[in-house]
Design a protein around this ligand. Structure first.
Ligand SMILES: [Zn+2]
Length: 217
């Protein structure tokens, strides 16, 4: 949870810490993963050899590759193709309500939420779907929400070099809602503001107004 971990605020005056595109250690063989899953089934209290569970380890092993496909992507690459014919557009670009699925790195349980991503372009913009791809590239990994928020913002800042970036993430953590304090409906909000959105309260307010769905005053 938030209180345990230092916030990554690496983008102010230092090189952003972006997660590697590839996993740090080689992947085990599928058979090894299936054996581990059988142990987990026994740990839950069931018999992995009963009929209904026979194919479950193989199925879960395959689904993990899909759920954690963020490790196979480099979110920076999505932002490399930009459009410079923007007709002098120099206002905020905001994509809100990007729904995502992530997994908390402390309990490996789902984190379901939405991200709102905006930037103030200099002279180039990206295709809007690319902002969503950046969110999914970082969310489909073992994460904490604070780091996810900072990674999205730092990547956009680093690759696009806009005048400012704002990222707001709201999410429900199933490690809180299904177990532990059992608090369904509680959601955690995190935000990262860089450049003009950090320094200029009016620009930040305009971004937050757009995120809330209304025009800023
Ligand atoms: Zn957790």
């Amino acid at each position: 949870m938030a209180e345990d971990l230092p916030r990554q605020r690496a983008s102010i005056g230092g090189a952003p810490e972006i997660a590697p595109a590839a996993p740090l250690s080689p992947r085990p063989e599928q058979a090894e993963v299936e054996a581990a899953l059988k142990v987990l089934i026994r740990w839950a209290g069931d018999d992995p050899d009963r009929e209904g569970l026979l194919d479950t380890p193989a199925r879960v092993a395959r689904s993990y590759r899909e759920l954690f496909q963020g490790y196979e992507t480099d979110p920076r690459a999505y932002l490399e193709r930009t459009f410079e014919e923007v007709g002098g557009y120099d206002e905020l670009v905001v994509l809100r309500d990007i729904r995502f699925v992530s997994f908390c790195e402390h309990h490996m349980l789902p984190v379901l939420g939405r991200a709102h991503v905006g930037y103030l372009p200099t002279n180039r913009v990206v295709g809007i779907s690319k902002l969503a791809r950046v969110v999914h590239g970082f969310s489909r990994r073992l994460q904490i929400q604070e780091k996810l928020t900072a990674e999205i913002a730092d990547t956009i800042n680093d690759v696009l070099q806009p005048k400012g970036v704002g990222v707001v993430v709201e999410a429900e953590h199933h490690c809180m809602t299904l177990r532990g304090v059992n608090t369904p409906g509680a959601s955690l909000s995190t935000s990262t503001f860089l450049g003009a959105l950090r320094e200029d309260p009016r620009t930040r307010q305009e971004f937050l107004g757009l995120v809330r769905g209304g025009r800023a005053p």
